[in-house]
Design a protein around this ligand. Structure first.
Ligand SMILES: [Zn+2]
Length: 286
């Protein structure tokens, strides 16, 4: 077994952690696509109409991974025995600083890209008019980077020492800076819809509150797509892609979530995905 006191072992431990982090990122992406599958299709439909061999292989892989990581978990020593290599604790001051930095970065980027932004083309306004108000669609500007790709914000490196799972912006289809939507590639309807949900969230909540809910959500859930603001955008997006669905107002949905406090993260034991699997309801004890 490696020892942190031997120089050559330290190198090996660092390499091991790099490999572990790589595996964890791959698992995260598997988690993300599975989550999208879960939001879009029922268990019954998947079980009945899913291609058998693909289902069987997926189940086997998931079982193997679960057993493997559980066996590691069983061997994790108590707090006092571990060398402190984990992420430093996030204090309330750090969280507040993160909220301030995110807020000013969103504002800066909005000013930067607004100049080169163009109004939404009429055909997209017509389609998106089924979910968003005309005034919002007239206000929004879009930018297509055409493969140039957005760099990570300047505060990312430091933030990643606390929050290792922060997603790289280069892997995202589009980014929303208040009322300006920037596409890493070309404008695509599905990511446009997703981004417009964020535009509504910013308008309803205000940019400071939006940034606060984002940062606090990420600190609590450690995953980008389980931050309630994101989870809601993904869940509305999954309604949007269903063929033949009825029109709905995204603003109404966002206001409902604000009213019900669903953008604030409340963790319940044994229910990691609590926030979008059911409404938060006060529970009474007999
Ligand atoms: Zn999003």
């Amino acid at each position: 077994m490696y020892s942190w006191n031997k120089t050559e072992d330290r190198v090996a431990i660092i390499q091991m952690n790099a490999a572990l982090r790589h595996a964890q990122l791959e698992l995260l992406s598997a988690h993300c696509v599975t989550h999208q599958l879960r939001m879009r299709f029922s268990l019954e439909d998947l079980a009945r109409h899913g291609q058998r061999d693909v289902l069987r292989k997926s189940v086997e892989t998931a079982q193997f991974l679960s057993e493997y990581y559980s066996s590691i978990q069983d061997n994790i020593p108590g707090e006092e025995e571990t060398i402190s290599m984990s992420a430093p604790d996030l204090s309330e001051d750090h969280v507040r600083e993160g909220i301030d930095r995110l807020t000013s970065w969103l504002r800066q980027q909005r000013e930067h890209y607004f100049v080169s932004g163009v109004p939404l083309p009429e055909q997209h306004k017509a389609l998106m008019g089924r979910y968003f108000s005309r005034s919002l669609l007239d206000q929004v500007r879009v930018v297509e980077l055409d493969g140039q790709r957005l760099p990570n914000p300047p505060f990312y490196e430091e933030a990643k020492t606390f929050l290792a799972n922060l997603p790289d912006l280069t892997h995202m289809a589009s980014l929303t800076f208040l009322d300006v939507v920037v596409f890493n590639e070309k404008l695509a309807e599905r990511s446009l819809f997703h981004s417009l949900v964020h535009v509504v969230q910013v308008q309803v909540l205000g940019v400071e509150r939006y940034a606060e809910l984002f940062v606090r959500g990420f600190v609590n859930t450690k995953l980008h797509f389980t931050v309630p603001l994101e989870a809601h955008a993904f869940s509305l997006e999954s309604k949007f892609v269903v063929p033949g669905h009825e029109s709905f107002s995204v603003e109404d949905q966002v206001r409902l979530w604000v009213q019900q406090g669903r953008y604030e993260w409340k963790r319940e034991p044994g229910s990691v995905l609590h926030n979008f699997s059911k409404n938060s309801q006060a529970e009474h004890e007999m």
